[in-house]
Design a protein around this ligand. Structure first.
Ligand code: ADP
Length: 396
């Protein structure tokens, strides 16, 4: 089967066409600046990237352009649109309605829409992408794969906040968690690679990218995760603050003379390692600056790593043990120094890193020593492949 995987943002649309037999991407690309002007980056497997500047007033036009590229004589990878068997959509928020992926019909569309208030920036964009595909490729099945679904196995003890119960019952305020497709994919792969018993395993997954979250996966099921009602909670991230004292919001609004909206922008876009360092949200920039003696750049990285280490301790407690700690996403896969720094706090667990093995980028590999009591490994994430697999399972 050939599955088109779509990840729609408010002004962007990422796509991959995946051959489910070989599990290879035939083409990858992104439409950016939808509704502004429009730019499409398209890369056929093994080929050169092409950049096309064309007006994209809305997502429907963007989808049409993607399909033109996929079937283009020079840059295309399929002869005809009929070769696309299904479309898998990443949907950010499934609330408590979706604990697994689904084939999209009118009821599913309505249920996703009901979750809009929980993810006002993301879900509406996801719906637009789905509608565009339905309009242009009628008859081709669409599936929804939710970022929140994997974490629906969390028990109330993990997902409830210490707020009046009414906030949960009436306003659905609880911890949902995100990056679920990645946590599910990476934990399953680690269990397989390490030969752990799927029904008796305790894995901590550290998804460390620009957005970062960590999960406790017991017997293959998420029992806790660091992101909450929104992706703002938990780890210190590229530009997000992660956990803070909630009283800071009122304190800063008052003292900085900012509105609630401005404070939310500060917490989401101006904080994290970017805000701490005053330099960049990208760890490569921070590493370079720190190497040149910039103390704030070093401090920002240390604050980030320390928070991850604290969460690993908390999740070890939540699962009453840990068999494996797995690093994934841009930073987790590529930054061996950060992996080593985080693990330097975990000696009490019997974690011991093999510096030579750890000197890798984006490879499936155990990076702990042979006698390390807890295995530490790197597993590159592949959310698009996971979405394609889910789609094939549903459409089959
Ligand atoms: P997101 O998908 O949340 O935007 P990514 O998973 O792409 O984020 O991760 C981005 C982070 O990963 C950046 O801070 C970047 O510095 C780091 N990163 C990505 N690739 C590399 C690399 N090859 N070497 C070192 N760091 C990298």
């Amino acid at each position: 089967m050939k599955v088109l995987v779509i990840n729609c943002g408010s002004s962007s649309l990422k796509y991959q066409l995946i051959d489910s037999e070989t599990e290879q991407a035939l083409a990858v690309g992104i439409c950016e600046r939808i509704g502004i002007d429009g730019r499409l980056n398209h890369t056929p497997a093994g080929g050169e990237k092409v950049v096309i500047n064309k007006d994209m007033p809305d997502h429907e036009v963007a989808v049409k352009l993607v399909l033109e590229e996929l079937t283009d004589k020079t840059y295309g990878v399929i002869g005809d649109l009929s070769e696309i068997d299904a479309i898998g959509h990443r949907v950010v928020h499934g609330g408590e309605k979706f604990a697994s992926s689904v084939v999209i019909d009118d009821d599913v569309m309505a249920a996703i829409e009901e979750c809009n208030p929980l993810a006002p920036l993301h879900n509406p964009a996801n719906l637009i992408g789905i509608r565009a595909c339905q309009a242009i490729m009628p008859g081709v099945p669409n599936t929804a794969v939710f970022d929140t679904a994997f974490h629906q196995t969390m028990e109330p003890v993990a997902f409830l906040y210490g707020l009046p119960y009414e906030c949960y019952e009436k306003y659905k305020v609880r911890r949902y968690g995100f990056h679920g497709t990645s946590h599910s994919f990476v934990s399953a792969r680690a269990i397989e690679l390490l030969g752990l018993d799927p029904d008796n395993s305790k894995v901590v997954v550290c998804h460390l990218g620009n957005g970062a979250s960590i999960s406790a996966v017991k017997n293959g099921k998420s029992v806790d995760t660091s992101m909450g009602l929104t992706p703002l909670e938990g780890l210190v991230m590229g530009t997000r603050s992660g956990d803070i004292d909630p009283a800071i919001i009122e304190y800063l609004a008052h003292n900085m003379g900012k509105s609630l909206e401005e404070i939310m922008t500060l917490l989401n876009k101006e904080s994290g390692v970017y805000g701490l360092s005053g330099i960049s949200s990208d760890f490569r920039d921070l590493e370079n600056a720190a190497a040149e003696g910039n103390e704030k750049a070093q401090l920002a990285q240390d604050v980030f790593g320390y928070r991850v280490a604290k969460y690993i301790g908390a999740y070890t407690a939540a699962m009453n043990g840990v068999d494996a700690i797995v690093f994934t996403a841009g930073l987790g896969e590529n930054n061996n120094i950060m992996r080593e720094y985080i693990c330097s706090y975990l000696g009490y667990l019997g974690v011991s890193i093999d510096q030579k093995e750890n000197a890798i980028r984006s490879e499936e590999k155990v990076v702990s020593t042979a006698d390390s009591k807890v295995k530490v490994m790197v597993v590159p994430t592949n959310e698009e492949l996971a979405i394609a697999r889910e789609t094939v399972k549903l459409i089959g």
